[in-house]
Structure formats: C-alpha cells, structure tokens
Design a protein around this ligand. Structure first.
Ligand SMILES: [Zn+2]
Ligand SMILES: [Zn+2]
Length: 762
C-alpha cells in the first residue's frame, strides 16, 4: 500500500468560513493524519499523511463538500519526501507565512437561520444574545485588523471565551468549532443604552427599550457591525423632519429596516428577485417601489417612487422590533456632511450628541467601517447603487489574468478603490466623496488594508484623467513613493472597460451616461458613445450628446433652472419664466438678472455633453426639482415622475452627424409644459434620450462591425432608460450589456480603471 505525504495550499475565501473544521472532518472521514492551519496570506495550509486512495478521496471532498461561504480559487499540491510522522489530524496554530496572494477574508454575513432560532429559544444559553454568531454568520471584514483570521487579530480579542463557549469552540462536531466570533452573554460584547450625553441608563433590556423609544418618536444612534445608524420612526413625521433639519438633509432618501419580509410587503412591492436579494446572506438595501398601500411618512423618501429597504441582519436588529408594532424603522448611515460613516463610540457622542436622543452602543470596536450596500433591480438584473457591506472585499472573478498587479483609486464621488491581482478584482467598501482630508484618509487606510489582506504586490496605480482630483494626486504620490507606474484613465472609458471585463467582451460600442467626467479634450463629458476595442489601450469617441452651456459653470449643477435656461436661451423668451422662478435662486431677482446678462454675453459659461444635466433641465422645467440637494436628485425625481407615463411628444431623435440633439427636446418640453401632464412629459424625455442614444450606438456598431452595445455610467441605474435602450438594441439583433457585479455609477470606476490598466494597457 502506497503511503503519501502531501502538502496542500488552498487560496480563496477560506478563513472565517469554517474551512479548517471542514478540513478536519474530511481528513478524519478519510482516515488521514496531519494538520491544517491558517496562513498570513489568508490561505490555508494542509499536510496529509496516509494512503494514496484516501488522499484522493480527501481532495475530492475538498472541492465538492466545502462550506457554503467558502470560495476556493486555487489548490496547490506538493508531494513531500520522508516518512509519515503524524499520529492524528490536528488544527494547529496559525502561521504568519505569506507567500501566495489573492486570498481574502469574507465580508460580513447576516445572521443565519440557526442562530436566529437559538436567539429565540429560552433554553439556549445564547437566548436573546444580540451578537449571536457562528461559523456561517456574523461580522468578518469589519472586525479584522490583520491576518491570519484568528481571534487575537480581530476586535474580538478583548473578549475571553467562557467555559461554555470554549467547549463549543473546541468541539469538532459543533457548529461553532473554531468560530472566531463565538461569544455569549457571559463573555461577549455588551450593549447599553445611553442618553444624548453618553450617560448609561440602567435598564434590563436596553435593546427592546430602544425599539420602544424609536416607536415613540425618539432618535436613536445604533452601533452595528460597520458603523453607526441613525434610527427613527418611519411613520412619525416630527422626528423625521427634525433630523432632516439638523442634518441639513431636506430631501435625500433615508433607508428603512423592515421587521421582516411580510412587513416590507405592507408598504412596498417585492418581486421574487428582490425577495431573494433581501434575504441573501449579504442583506443589502434593495430599492423597492412604494405600493398603493404605502403608509409610512412621505419624509422617508420624498418625491421618489421607491424606497430603500433592508431586513435585520444582526440579533440586535431583530430584537429592536420585539416590543413594538412598527413595520419598519428608518435606519440611515450616521455620517456628518461629507464625512465617512461614524464608527467609534467617542466619535459618535461627539458628532451625533446634538442630533439624537439616545445611543444604543456596544463595547466591541469596529476595525473597519463599512456602509450598507444598495441595489436596484431592473426586471431581473441587479444594478448596484453601492457595493459595500456583505460584498466587500469578496473578489470579482474575471475571465482572464492581468499582466501586472494594479491598484486603482477611482474618481471623486461615491468612490471605492480596487486591486486587480491575477484573475480577480477586489473592490473596497464604499468610501464616499473624496473631496476632503477625512475621506482621503479613509481611502488611504481602506486601500492599504486591502493590499495587506490580499497580499498584493502592486506594480501600477491607475487614476482618473482629471488633473485636480484628490485621488489623482494621491495616485501620483504613491507612484513616486513606491516606484509604481501611474496610469491615467479617462472616466467614461473606465466605465466601458468595466463592462467589457465583466462580460469578457472584446469589442463594444458603449453608451456612457452620467453627470460629469473629465474628457480627453479637458471638457465636461457625460453623454458619450465610445468604441472600445481589446486590441490596444484606449477608445474612440464616436458620438455624444449636443454640447450645452452651463450658465455660471458649476452653479448650473446645483440649480438645474440655470441648466434649462442655458439650453433654452435662443429658443424661447426666458425672462418671464426665470422671474417666475426667482424664489429658486438663492439671491432672488438680482441673481436672475445676472444670469440673464451672463446668458446674453455668454460669460462664465462651460459646456457639457452630460446626459444627467439634460435630465436635470427637464426636471426643472416641469417643476419636479428646482434645487439639487443631493447628487442625482433632479434626475431621480424625474424618473419617479415618469413612472406610468406615455410618450406623448413622440419626437424623432435628431442626429446631426454623430451628435444627438438635446436642445429641441428641452424646448419641446418647455413649449408643452402646460399642455400635457408632468408624468407624460417626463416619460417623453426618457423615451427621446433612450431612442436617440440607442440609434446612435446601433449605427456606430454597424459601421464598426461590432456586435455588442453596452450601457454604463450613473444614468444606467435609471430603469426607464435601461429597459428602453435594451429593447431597441436587442430588436436590432445586437447583444446588450449592462453591469451585473459592479456598480454602473462611480462606485465601479476604480474597477474599470484597474482592468483598463491591467488588461488593455501594454
Ligand atoms: Zn449563525
Ligand atoms: Zn461565552
């Protein structure tokens, strides 16, 4: 009988998912000796001794029976010389060895069904324990400080396991065998409720008390896995109005946490696909259409047809609802304006003490902040608005390997960073708008952590073409410090490259629509038709939307009436309309007069081909949104207004060579604004843009013998546009590509920059 000694290294997501206990059991079942251990490169090392047949049986089990959350990317085996020396199979102490790269620890995982059952079982030692977890659930990414993933390398370090938890931790037959987050009321984190000043209130049941306070109309800051939420009643207008007022967030939609799926269905429509997403182990916020029976406050998501809903993802969240009747609570990320989400207790007291009435705080530190993810469903396609908790840092598997290891730092708004390593891309959690020192620091820290977690040896750093972005300067600094090559990537090309990499497409014509991206000519782009080919780095701009003036430059972004005025200037008598809208100008009539002068003399005017700005202008003309208080507001509200509308204008798209005219559209909307309903006019604007963009792209695809048309950029989150463009493109016989795993908006930009630099840049 042949005896074998085999060393096996497994890479992938194999730490923090019950992989070693699984290996242990598989070795025992196959009658093998040796060891298994975690390594400092997030991989797992196994030594097997035994009969050759048993070893083959084990390797089969390794691939076929792995734990549900584990992902195996690669298995490297090496036969060793020497005699068998192990008498048994053991889980040994982790090592710091880090030789392979590309493994990573898993994202945070929502509470599993078994833990939820134990939470509700009076006989269970973890009955009502708010942080009950096991090998299949609980925080991972947000508690880890360094590799390997062992308790002492996480913020669970300070909680010493009691005898009971330790006995489960050491029992190979237990679900918590080697689960690093195992804890109970005796030994784990504690939770307490404090007043706004941080003084602890002596309560037996602080979590349910917090739920009652919410229901009564108080604001409570709640510490979760990746940061603080501000929680509120979703039916009482007063606390909502008060929080909107102090947070200077008049209009921005707040997310909801529903008690359960059934409760969500009392106020929103939930499709099968949306149900799956809501209940998946990622538990993202899913945008759901408000139903006819929507009975929550209009202040939750003002002016929008949909509302972001998630389900409870920790024991604590479930318990909040126990003593109240509420179907849902508002649960919005707690972050000061333009700052990252608050994660530390002191930081919370300091920043939120004037805003909330109470704090529900626990004593475990958050190692890395992580906002909730937000997704939207277009029929059956998932469109990421934000890819963060539950997804980051799990890699996106690609169809090919990069020639060099690339770090990409993204753009400016809704930023993420990304590492491209081999055939995997690791996108960071949501960082936010990198326009100040705090978010820059967050970006730097999150990126360094991701480099360490994946054991990546960076060779190139990719950044936006915009010379003045903070991320551009950071990339240049890093390149100089580390001797990396810095590679600028044009904004819309990055979006298109992301699409190509996701679909393994070689040549595409891409419709790239968003608010703003720095063009190759230095101008403001945002409604582009690009030809992207695999053959060489780069792209060709084949067409775009008509260039339109932005009166007062960037002011036109915040005041969409200015945008409309610029487009309408030579077509209609503007003065009476502007004067009738003077209350929407911060300085009233005086500002209107100045704007009219600027119009006449064409001074202080930039030009843009942005699709977002056209939607803004239409939104302003229809009176849907005359002041932008958050990014995308005018166009999001325009889409909400258009739901259920018809194309009453029936305009044929006007193409002047390779430019889609938008001036005629905006003028027609203006002329007909009293003749048709807002809904039908809003829909007509969508129909015109969809048809025009699709026709232009189809024409260009045919001229260049390309078989696929893509749609990307923040505007691709718009369902009416996405579905209409799809219908027209597919009717022409071409393939239509949209994003599946990466956000179409700027959260996906770093991924696009990385693949453009790694795959297409020679
Ligand atoms: Zn569990
Ligand atoms: Zn315990």
């Amino acid at each position: 009988m042949a005896l074998l000694r085999l060393k096996i290294q497994v890479t992938g997501i194999v730490q923090g998912v019950g992989f070693r206990p699984f290996v242990y059991r598989a070795a025992l079942q196959n009658g093998l000796h040796g060891y298994v251990k975690n390594r400092g490169d997030a991989g797992v090392e196994i030594l097997l001794e035994g009969q050759e047949r048993a070893v083959h049986g084990f390797l089969h089990d390794l691939k076929e029976k792995k734990p549900p959350l584990a992902q195996i990317h690669n298995i490297v085996t090496a036969k060793l010389q020497g005699r068998n020396e192990y008498q048994e199979f053991v889980i040994t102490k982790s090592s710091n060895e880090a030789e392979l790269s590309g493994s990573v620890i898993p994202p945070d995982i929502a509470i599993c069904d078994e833990c939820l059952r134990e939470l509700r079982d009076p006989k269970d030692p973890r009955f009502e324990y708010f942080f009950i977890t096991c090998t299949n659930c609980g925080p991972r990414f947000t508690i880890i400080e360094k590799l390997p993933y062992d308790r002492e390398n996480t913020t669970m370090r300070q909680f010493h396991m009691c005898g009971f938890c330790l006995s489960e931790y050491r029992d190979p037959l237990n679900r918590r065998f080697h689960a690093q987050t195992v804890a109970c009321p005796e030994c784990g984190p504690h939770v307490h409720l404090t007043d706004a000043k941080g003084r602890t209130l002596e309560l037996k049941d602080p979590i349910r008390e917090a739920g009652v306070l919410l229901s009564e109309g108080h604001a409570v800051a709640i510490k979760g896995y990746g940061g603080f939420h501000i929680a509120l009643s979703a039916i009482k207008p007063e606390p909502l109005a008060r929080i909107r007022n102090v947070k200077h967030r008049n209009q921005k939609p707040f997310a909801l946490m529903a008690r359960n799926l059934k409760a969500a269905k009392t106020f929103a429509m939930v499709s099968k696909k949306q149900e799956q997403l809501l209940s998946s182990y990622m538990h993202p916020i899913v945008l759901l259409n408000k139903s006819r029976t929507y009975n929550l406050s209009e202040l939750v998501a003002p002016g929008l047809h949909n509302v972001g809903v998630m389900l409870p993802y920790t024991g604590l969240h479930h318990m909040l609802f126990d003593h109240v009747e509420d179907a849902a609570f508002v649960m919005t990320s707690a972050n000061p304006p333009n700052q990252p989400i608050v994660k530390d207790n002191d930081e919370a007291l300091h920043n939120l003490g004037d805003i909330v009435d109470y704090f529900l705080i626990h004593d475990r530190q958050i190692a890395h902040r992580c906002d909730d993810s937000v997704v939207r469903v277009h029929r059956n396609n998932t469109a990421f608005i934000r890819r963060s908790r539950g997804y980051a840092p799990a890699p996106i598997k690609l169809h090919r390997k990069t020639k060099s290891c690339v770090l990409a730092l993204g753009g400016e708004l809704n930023n993420t960073s990304c590492i491209l390593n081999g055939d995997k891309a690791f996108i960071s959690q949501h960082i936010g708008d990198v326009d100040n020192v705090e978010t820059r620091a967050f970006l730097e820290n999150a990126t360094k952590h991701l480099v360490r977690l994946t054991n990546s040896k960076i060779e190139k750093v990719a950044h936006d073409l915009h010379p003045k972005f903070i991320t551009t300067r950071l990339a240049q600094d890093l390149a100089e410090e580390n001797g990396w090559q810095a590679i600028p990537v044009q904004h819309h090309y990055a979006h298109a490259a992301a699409l190509m990499a996701e679909h393994n497409a070689n040549d595409i014509v891409s419709i790239c629509c968003d608010g703003y991206g720095y063009g190759s000519d230095g101008e403001a782009w945002g409604g582009e038709i690009l030809l992207c080919t695999d053959a060489a780095y780069g792209f060709k701009r084949l067409g775009h939307l008509e260039k339109q003036p932005m009166i007062g430059g960037d002011l036109a972004t915040f005041n969409p009436i200015r945008m409309a005025a610029g487009i309408l200037q030579d077509r209609v008598d503007l003065e009476p309309w502007l004067l009738s809208n003077k209350k929407h100008f911060p300085h009233g009539e005086k500002e209107v007069q100045v704007a009219l002068q600027q119009l006449a003399r064409k001074e202080n005017t930039l030009y843009t081909t942005s699709c977002g700005r056209i939607l803004d202008a239409v939104s302003a003309i229809l009176g849907v949104c005359t002041e932008r208080t958050y990014e995308g507001e005018p166009s999001m509200k325009l889409e909400s207004t258009a739901i259920g509308g018809k194309d009453v204008l029936n305009l044929k798209p006007r193409l002047e060579s390779d430019v889609l005219c938008t001036g005629t559209l905006v003028a027609e909307i203006f002329e007909n604004r009293h003749k048709y309903s807002k809904t039908n006019l809003a829909y007509s604007a969508h129909a015109y843009l969809a048809q025009g963009l699709a026709e232009l792209a189809i024409k260009k695809a045919s001229q260049n013998h390309v078989k696929a048309v893509g749609f990307t950029g923040g505007v691709a989150c718009n369902e009416i546009l996405a579905l209409n463009i799809r219908r027209i493109v597919e009717a022409s016989g071409l393939r239509f590509l949209v994003h599946k795993e990466v956000p179409p908006g700027d959260g996906g930009l770093s991924f696009g920059q990385a693949v453009a630099s790694g795959f297409f840049h020679s």
